[in-house]
Design a protein around this ligand. Structure first.
Ligand SMILES: [Zn+2]
Length: 371
């Protein structure tokens, strides 16, 4: 072993979790479909924001989302992420700092992406976003089969294909998706169902309705594992509406803030719940390709990941050279609640999450002597 490698290994063994995280009892996973790392870490893109082909009111949109400072600009777009999570959590995937999160699957579209997130496996068999049951099991199903999580796992998604990706017919937990009715007996569920019956529908439910449904379920039933899959960021990007893409991202940030505030003021969840926030794929990098994504559009494999919770060291924006793969997220979800996800297919290892405070800076100094 070379001296630097040995030193790095030593640092990681003291710096990352030596054992399972101790505080986390509950884990919530939130995804916003096809939302780029560029907007997370750099805020609104100036070329897209000032292009009338993509933004109906460029002046108003600039007032809402533009600042010449990257730090202020990203904070305008996602205030919870940059006011709170960047101080109490960890943000992975700023490629300008060489910190990378990538989709491993070849396709860079939604079904393979959500499969990779939850099965921990970048399947080579393509399923092109169709209502076809997944041949792979997933970490949510695995947790629901453990004694202390049985009946305490639930999923809500805007996209109506999610029940097939998660195999609702035999995974043992409920996946409420698209405009599927809630059929619960409380007042808010009744109101949501009335609305769901009334408004015009397509394959992706309005994210706000998905969020309200999920939060209401969380308040009433206190699940230990919850997946909230939001979809409108991708829908509006495909339509080429950059103004709406940004507004939907800002709305997602607000939902995460609202959920985190509930968690930290609820006796069941306070200081024992971790959020895992990510996306299923990136999008094209250029002004021509940002609307689309897939193996043909460069940049579609670039993703990001955010963590906040009692076991997550307050590292903020990760600035170390690093490569994380989307397929590592499944094991990480299990690892956070003290479980070891196994399946019939190969499962990637969990991410080494920094647990202590700041020894990583020593590692950075060793790798980049000039810093
Ligand atoms: Zn997608």
């Amino acid at each position: 072993m070379k001296p630097l490698l040995a030193f790095t290994f030593f640092l990681c063994t003291v710096n990352c979790f030596a054992q399972q995280p101790q505080q986390t009892r509950n884990v919530f996973i939130i995804t916003t479909d096809g939302f780029r790392w560029q907007e997370i870490f750099q805020g609104a893109d100036s070329a897209l924001l000032s292009n009338p082909a993509f933004v109906l009111d460029t002046n108003l949109s600039k007032q809402m989302f533009w600042d010449s400072s990257i730090a202020l600009r990203r904070q305008k777009l996602m205030p919870f992420l940059w006011n709170v999570l960047s101080k109490q959590g960890q943000l992975y995937g700023n490629r300008s700092l060489d910190n990378k999160v990538n989709v491993k699957n070849f396709y860079k579209i939604s079904y393979p992406g959500y499969n990779e997130i939850f099965s921990g496996y970048a399947d080579i068999i393509p399923i092109f976003n169709k209502p076809v049951n997944n041949r792979n099991s997933n970490v949510l199903q695995y947790l629901n089969n453990q004694a202390n999580f049985k009946g305490k796992v639930v999923a809500f998604s805007s996209w109506n294909i999610m029940p097939y990706i998660l195999n609702e017919n035999h995974c043992g937990f409920s996946v409420n998706s698209g405009y599927e009715l809630l059929n619960d007996h409380d007042e808010l569920s009744g109101l949501i169902d009335t609305l769901q019956n009334t408004i015009p529908k397509n394959k992706t439910r309005n994210d706000q309705l998905t969020y309200l449904s999920a939060k209401n379920y969380v308040e009433q039933n206190h699940p230990k594992v919850m997946f909230l899959g939001l979809g409108e960021t991708d829908e509006f990007a495909h339509e080429g509406k950059y103004d709406m893409y940004l507004q939907k991202a800002a709305a997602v940030d607000k939902m995460i803030a609202d959920l985190w505030y509930f968690i930290q003021t609820d006796p069941f969840y306070k200081d024992n719940t971790t959020l895992v926030i990510t996306t299923d794929h990136g999008r094209g990098k250029s002004n021509k390709t940002w609307r689309t994504h897939g193996f043909w559009a460069k940049g579609s494999g670039d993703a990001w990941l955010a963590l906040i919770g009692p076991d997550i060291a307050h590292e903020g924006e990760m600035d170390n050279k690093q490569q994380i793969w989307q397929k590592q997220i499944a094991s990480t979800i299990a690892f956070l609640v003290g479980a070891n996800f196994t399946a019939k297919h190969p499962v990637a290892n969990h991410i080494d999450i920094p647990a202590g405070n700041k020894p990583r800076n020593i590692l950075l100094a060793a790798a980049h002597p000039k810093l």
